[in-house]
Design a protein. Structure first.
Length: 59
């Protein structure tokens, strides 16, 4: 077994709910979770909550 480092790359997450308030809660929970895990987020790529979004090239 190798003693090298294992690096994980995470990108493109989508969450949702039926209401704007629910969407805000989902986003806030995700941001808090990533903060606790010391996973950096690209704030310039963060959108929402919104009713229409382009995700992985799909609207």
């Amino acid at each position: 077994m190798s003693s090298g480092k294992l690096i994980h790359y995470l990108d493109d997450f989508l969450g949702g709910d039926k209401s704007e308030l629910g969407c805000r809660k989902v986003m806030d929970s995700f941001i808090n979770c990533m903060h606790e895990l010391n996973v950096p987020l690209a704030t310039q790529k963060t959108e929402g909550p919104t009713e229409i979004i382009v995700f992985l090239g799909l609207e």
